[in-house]
Design a binder for this molecule. Structure first.
Ligand code: DON
Length: 581
C-alpha cells in the first residue's frame, strides 16, 4: 500500500459534514451511473450499517487515506451511530487484502478475564445461568476493538490515527439525527435491556425521560470524552489510562471480573487468513478463534463436489445439497473449533478437498441425513429440546478491508462504562463443559472457558478473488447464521451468476447441524420446494422475510478499478458511500 502524505483531521471532519448533509446521490456525485441503491466508483467505496459511518470512511478516502484508514474511521463512527453493535467495548475480526495480492487478518476478539473459570456460568445444580452470560457485569470479555483497529492502522494506515478517531468524537459530542427505526430501537433498549443499569439509561435515554422520535438528536458526551482520549492518547488511553482505571474500578464495585491486568495484557494478533477455492475463485477468510472462514470453505468444498451446475438458488436440489453441506461443516465446527492458541484444531485437514470427499460420501441426493446420527459421538444429551455489524471497504487502488465486529447481543452486556457499552461475549464460550445436546448447547473441550482464552466466533468477514484479482468483499452479523449469510452472497456471485444486489437481497438459508432444522427466510423456497424438502426428510422452518443477517458488500471489477457498493436493506440506516470527486 503506497504511502501518501498525511492530511489534517479537519479535512475529514469537513468532508464528513458535507457528505452527512447531502443525499446519497449528491454525496457520491462523480460516481458512474448505478441503480439508486448502489454506489459505483473508481475512488473507493465504504458500505456499512449507518450512513454517517460510511460517510466517515468515504471522507477518510477523500482525505488520501487507504482502505484501512477508512475502516478505522468507519469503525469508530459506528461506535457512535450504531450503538447496538458498533463499539469500542467489544471485539472482532478484520480481513485485509492489499492491491499487491498479499492478505492478512487482525484478530481483535475479546478474551476471557484472567479470573474466569470453566464453570463460572453454572449454578449449584450445574445448570447454565443465562442471566449471568446474557447481560451485566460478569458477561463481558476483555474488549479488543481499540487494540485491533490500532494494530491495523499501525501496520497499514497512512493518515494520522487522531484524524480517524476525532470525527467519531465530534459525532458523539455534537450528536446526530436519529432515524425512526433507531429511535424506536433506543426506546426499546432503554425500557428493557439497559434499564437495570443507571449509567446506560443516562447515556442512551432521552434527556428528561421522554421517548426518542425520528429527527431527535442523540448526543453522547461521555463517549465523546473517551473517543477524544483515544484520538489523542492512542490505544494505551483505553488499555492503561483513565478509561482502564474507570472500567476496572466499576468492575470491582459490581463483582465483575475484568481487572486492570486484563486490559494491560490485551493484544490484538495478526494471523494468516484461512484460504480455500471454489469454482475458480479464491476465498480469503477468518481463521480461529473464528469458525467463519473454515465453515464457509468446508461448505464450498462440498458443494463443488456435489455440483451446482444447472441448479437455481431456490431449487429443492440446491437447497438439499446446501443443507447437507451446512450440517456437516457446522458439525466439524462443534467438534473441533475454539481458540487455536489453546486447543489443537486440524485445520489443514478440515479445509482440504480430500476431507470434503469424506464429508459428502454419505450424502444421498434424495434423502435428508440426520444431524444426530452424524454427530452422535459428541452429543451427550439427545433428549432436549442473535448484535454484530459488518462493513466493507475498497479504496481507489484496490486495497480491501472486510471487517465484522460486535458486542455479541444487541447493546452487549447493557453495561456502560466511561461512556461506552461493554460486550457480553463470554456467552460465546461452551458454558457447560462436556454437555452437547440436540438443541443449541455445545460442550466440546475446544471452546470451554479458560483465563486469557478467546471465545469461538462465527463472524465471517471474507474477501473473494478471481484469477488473482479482487472480486468481492462481504460479511454479516447474525451469530451462528453468519457463515451461511455470507455464503449466500458468495454463492450468488460465484455460482448463481447473480448481480451483487440480487445476491444480497436474495432470501437466505441456514442450517447449523443442531438443532437439526433448516431455517429459510420467507421467499427462499416456493411452497412446492418446501414440500419437496420436507418429503426428503428435512425439518424446515420458514423465518420472516429479511430476518437473517445484514451483509454490506462490495463487488470489484479489477479491469476498470470500479467498486460497486451494495448495502443490505435489512438494516434501515445502512448506506454505501464513495468519496466525492
Ligand atoms: O462472534 C460471534 O459469532 C457472535 N458473538 C456474533 C453475534 C452476532 O452476530 C449477533 N448479531 N446479530
Amino acid at each position: 500500500m503506497p504511502l501518501h502524505r498525511h492530511r489534517p483531521a479537519r479535512a475529514i471532519v469537513a468532508l464528513l459534514a458535507s457528505c452527512a448533509s447531502l443525499s446519497l446521490v449528491a454525496c457520491a456525485r462523480g460516481t458512474t451511473a448505478a441503480p439508486a441503491d448502489e454506489v459505483v466508483s473508481t475512488r473507493g467505496v465504504v458500505v456499512s450499517a449507518h450512513h454517517l459511518a460510511s460517510d466517515a470512511g468515504a471522507a477518510a478516502l477523500a482525505a488520501g487515506g487507504n482502505a484501512v484508514d477508512a475502516a478505522v474511521a468507519t469503525a469508530f463512527a459506528l461506535a457512535v451511530t450504531h450503538p447496538s453493535a458498533g463499539n469500542i467495548g467489544g471485539g472482532g475480526f478484520m480481513v485485509i487484502r492489499l492491491a499487491d495480492g498479499t492478505a492478512t487478518t487482525i484478530d481483535y476478539r475479546e478474551k476471557a478475564p484472567l479470573a474466569s473459570t470453566p464453570t463460572m456460568y453454572l449454578d449449584a445444580k450445574g445448570r447454565i445461568s443465562p442471566s449471568a452470560t446474557d447481560s451485566g457485569w460478569r458477561s463481558p470479555g476483555v474488549p479488543g476493538t481499540v487494540r485491533g483497529l490500532a494494530a491495523a492502522h499501525a501496520r497499514f494506515g497512512k493518515l494520522p490515527w487522531a484524524d480517524l478517531v476525532r470525527p467519531a468524537a465530534a459525532l458523539a459530542e455534537h450528536g446526530f439525527a436519529l432515524s425512526g427505526p433507531l429511535a424506536q430501537e433506543l426506546n426499546w433498549a432503554v425500557d428493557s435491556f439497559l434499564a437495570p443499569f443507571p449509567a446506560s439509561v443516562a447515556a442512551y435515554g432521552k434527556p428528561g425521560g421522554g421517548r426518542w422520535a425520528a429527527g431527535d438528536t442523540l448526543k453522547l458526551p461521555q463517549l465523546a470524552r473517551a473517543l477524544a482520549a483515544i484520538a489523542e492518547g492512542g490505544p494505551d488511553a483505553f488499555y492503561s489510562g483513565w478509561i482502564a482505571d474507570s472500567l476496572a474500578a466499576q468492575m470491582k464495585a459490581h463483582r465483575g471480573l475484568i481487572a486492570r491486568a486484563d486490559l494491560a495484557a490485551y493484544q490484538a494478533i495478526e494471523r494468516a487468513p484461512v484460504r480455500g477455492t471454489f469454482n475458480g475463485y479464491e476465498i480469503i477468510g477468518m481463521g480461529p478463534p473464528s469458525s467463519g472462514g473454515a465453515v464457509m470453505v468446508m461448505v464450498l468444498n462440498q458443494l463443488e463436489l456435489l455440483g451446482l451446475s444447472g441448479l437455481t438458488r431456490g431449487s429443492a436440489a440446491y437447497l438439499h445439497r446446501r443443507i447437507e453441506a451446512d450440517r456437516r461443516a457446522y458439525l466439524e465446527r462443534a467438534r473441533w473449533m475454539g481458540d487455536a492458541d489453546f486447543t489443537a484444531i486440524p485445520m489443514e485437514r478440515l479445509l482440504s478437498k480430500a476431507y470434503a470427499k469424506e464429508l459428502v460420501a454419505g450424502i444421498d441426493t434424495a434423502r435428508a441425513s440426520s444431524s444426530l446420527a452424524l454427530g452422535k459421538d459428541i452429543v451427550t444429551d439427545a433428549g432436549e429440546s442473535r448484535e454484530t455489524t459488518h462493513f466493507s471497504v475498497v479504496d481507489a487502488e484496490g486495497n480491501a478491508v472486510s471487517n465484522t465486529y460486535t458486542l455479541e447481543g444487541g447493546y452487549g452486556s447493557g453495561v456502560v462504562v466511561a461512556g461506552f457499552l461493554l460486550n457480553n461475549e463470554m456467552g460465546d464460550f461452551n458454558k457447560k463443559p462436556g454437555y452437547t445436546n440436540t438443541g443449541w448447547a455445545i460442550g466440546t473441550p475446544a471452546n470451554v472457558i479458560a483465563p486469557g482464552k478467546r471465545m469461538l466466533s462465527s463472524m465471517s468477514p471474507v474477501i473473494v478473488t478471481k484469477d488473482g484479482a479482487l472480486r468481492l468483499v462481504a460479511g454479516s452479523p447474525g451469530g451462528r447464521t453468519i457463515p451461511n449469510t455470507v455464503l449466500d452472497v458468495v454463492l450468488g456471485v460465484t455460482a448463481f451468476d447473480q448481480g451483487l444486489r440480487d445476491a444480497v437481497d436474495g432470501a437466505r438459508v441456514h442450517h447449523q447441524w443442531m438443532p437439526d432444522t433448516a431455517y429459510l427466510e420467507a421467499g427462499a423456497a416456493t411452497p412446492e420446494v418446501l414440500r419437496a424438502l420436507r418429503a426428503m426428510g428435512h425439518v424446515v422452518k420458514e423465518e420472516p422475510a429479511r430476518s437473517q443477517g445484514d451483509a454490506h458488500s462490495i463487488l470489484y471489477d479489477a479491469a476498470t478499478g470500479t467498486a460497486r457498493g451494495v448495502n443490505d436493506h435489512r438494516s434501515p440506516d445502512s448506506k454505501a458511500s464513495a468519496p466525492p470527486r
